[in-house]
Design a protein around this ligand. Structure first.
Ligand SMILES: NC(=O)C1=CN([C@@H]2O[C@H](COP(=O)(O)OP(=O)(O)OC[C@H]3O[C@@H](n4cnc5c(N)ncnc54)[C@H](OP(=O)(O)O)[C@@H]3O)[C@@H](O)[C@H]2O)[C@@H](O)CC1
Ligand SMILES: Nc1ncnc2c1ncn2[C@@H]1O[C@H](COP(=O)(O)OP(=O)(O)O)[C@@H](O)[C@H]1O
Ligand SMILES: [K+]
Length: 496
């Protein structure tokens, strides 16, 4: 699913109005209707008291229509505030205001400097400003938004929280309505996937307002959200006469005396993700633990590597590797197979910059934010970080998996795939090691690096989501890896 800019959304809006054809006011009615459908699922109690705060643009127009539609659905405790802080109003706002005057809903208009009454409603619907935002909030707008945030109400935004830029940089000091829910039209906005939006959005829902999808999918965009349908397309179900040789041999170079667990986790993840064979190049003191936790995994001593490289279909290096730089240097020199570089191996790269120049094309690096900044310098915003990731991926022909709540997979052609799966229960040590094992395993199974990255990130999060949905508030890495086969199994069920 391509993620489009606010300007492209306006194009899609215009195109739909012309070709559907549908009048602009009717499109607003349709959008407001879809908002109301989701809102009624969130707040089914018709006695919920609701305040709809509207600006005078189209976002405000939506708000007015939403108030009228909610009232028609039996929500009787509705009031509307209109922020008259601009002398302009959109045509569809004016038309909806005329319609609202035919209802009993009380309307209060506020002008610059007016005192704001205490908000006592259970829910505030934020329809002040939407994707038309073109500068940070100041003056009366800022005062009103602060007032809304100070109320004890639940806050639900129409399309996007007021004050949040839909795309591009989210400045550190940006102030927005802090929403519990956002009901967003047609596409999530790019900014929803950036950690800076955390305060503005607790969760978001995307509703189809009937814009022309084939038009939208043709709009150029470097950003796409990975969907279940993408995963179904990429994933190959196992065929009857296949055997372990079909599914490749993965090698994990990992572990050190104090961080052997990272090696075990990544080896286990490779195994559970379906590599035909998994080998572990770990320090010998980890052997008993390896044989105890994953007897299926074979041992490959570091001394054997020079003769052994050709045996492997993919190599992953880094989890718990410690300071063993020689292994990384060897790997970069001799491995002609798909390669994943993670954790300590990334830190070694950051310290020994000549090694950076030896990264093979199409290799996958999986930094979290701090590892990324160690490699490429400090970044103030995630937008800047993502710009650097795109430049570096292009210049070095590598794939960067920039890990977070929404992991960004950045490919050498400058495309960014956003992974939607995963949850905060997974925020604990070792889950990244599991991801490395999964990536190496899918590479060994002959998926392309881009496919492996998309598949591994999606299924990693999906395995965590299965457990979180079953009530696990914390998903330790060990439990996560055991659930990879179940996450893959879901794909098999959908495929059959
Ligand atoms: N496209 C779709 O799919 C559909 C979209 N729909 C809805 O339309 C919404 C977009 O509406 P919109 O374009 O009228 O802009 P909106 O956000 O209401 O802002 C109004 C004006 O405010 C101003 N302004 C901006 N920033 C400011 C600031 N910080 N402080 C003060 N003022 C500021 C700026 O005017 P300016 O200051 O430039 O004169 C701007 O033009 C969208 O979010 C969705 O809800 C649906 O109805 C149907 C289908
Ligand atoms: N809040 C979250 N929501 C979704 N995924 C998360 C969240 N927190 C962590 N993860 C995922 O867990 C993994 C953590 O990786 P990393 O930080 O490298 O951990 P470690 O180095 O301890 O293994 C990443 O894949 C990340 O996307
Ligand atoms: K809004």
């Amino acid at each position: 699913m391509n993620i489009i800019t606010a300007a492209q959304t306006r194009d899609a809006d215009r195109h739909t109005i012309e070709t559907d054809p549908i009048a602009s006011i009717d499109l607003m009615e349709r959008a407001s209707g879809t908002f109301v459908t989701v809102f009624m699922q969130l707040y089914p109690d018709r006695n919920t008291s609701i305040l709809v705060c509207c600006g005078t643009g189209n976002n405000g127009g939506d708000g007015l229509a939403i108030a009228r539609l909610l009232q028609a659905h039996g929500y009787d405790e509705i009031a509307v505030w209109i922020a008259r802080f601009s002398d302009r109003e959109s045509d569809d706002f004016s038309a909806n205001l005329a319609r609202l005057h035919n209802t009993p809903i009380p309307i209060t208009e506020f002008f610059p400097g007016d005192e704001l009454p205490v908000i006592h409603q259970a829910v505030v619907i934020d329809a002040l400003l939407g994707s038309g935002l073109n500068k940070p909030l100041t003056g009366d707008w800022l005062r009103l938004v602060q007032h809304i945030n100070e109320a004890a109400s639940r806050r639900v935004a129409v399309d996007i929280p007021t004050g949040l830029p839909p795309d591009g940089i989210i400045p550190e000091a940006q102030y927005t309505v802090y929403t519990h829910d956002v009901i967003s039209f047609q596409r999530p906005k790019l900014s929803f996937f950036f950690p800076e939006s955390a305060k503005a959005i607790e969760r978001f829902h995307v509703v189809d307002i009937g814009l022309d999808e084939s038009f939208i999918e043709r709009l150029p965009s470097d950003f796409s959200l990975i969907t279940a349908a993408d995963i179904q397309r990429i994933y190959h179900k196992r065929k009857p006469f296949t055997h372990k040789g079909t599914y490749g041999h993965a090698l994990l170079i990992a572990g050190d005396s104090r961080t052997m667990g990272a090696a075990l986790l990544s080896c286990g993840a490779s195994l559970y993700s379906g590599a035909g064979l998994t080998s572990a190049c770990i320090p010998p003191e980890g052997l008993v633990a390896l044989n105890t936790s994953h007897p299926e995994v074979m041992y490959c001593p570091a001394a054997d590597l020079p003769e052994a490289w050709d045996k492997f279909d993919a190599v992953g290096i880094g989890p718990g590797l410690g300071q063993r730089e020689k292994l990384l240097a060897e790997c970069l020199t001799y491995v002609a197979k798909p390669l994943v570089i993670d954790a300590d191996a990334i830190n070694l790269l950051a310290r020994a910059s000549p090694l950076m120049g030896r990264l093979p094309g199409q290799c996958i690096l999986t930094p979290h934010m701090k590892e990324f900044d160690r490699l490429f310098g400090t970044h103030r915003t995630w937008w800047d970080r993502l710009c650097t990731a795109r430049e570096q991926a292009e210049a070095r022909h590598i794939i960067l998996v920039l890990k977070n709540r929404y992991t960004f997979i950045v490919t050498p052609d400058g495309k960014v795939y956003i992974n939607p799966t995963g949850n905060p229960a997974m925020a604990s040590g070792g889950t990244g090691d599991v991801l490395t094992g999964m990536l190496t395993s899918f590479l060994a199974q002959h998926y392309t690096p881009e496919e492996a990255a998309i598949l591994a990130c999606y299924l990693h999060g999906a395995a965590g989501d299965l457990l979180a949905n079953e009530g696990m508030a914390v998903v330790p890495a060990g439990r996560l890896l055991e659930n990879i086969p179940r996450a893959i199994g879901t794909l098999n069920q959908q495929n059959s």
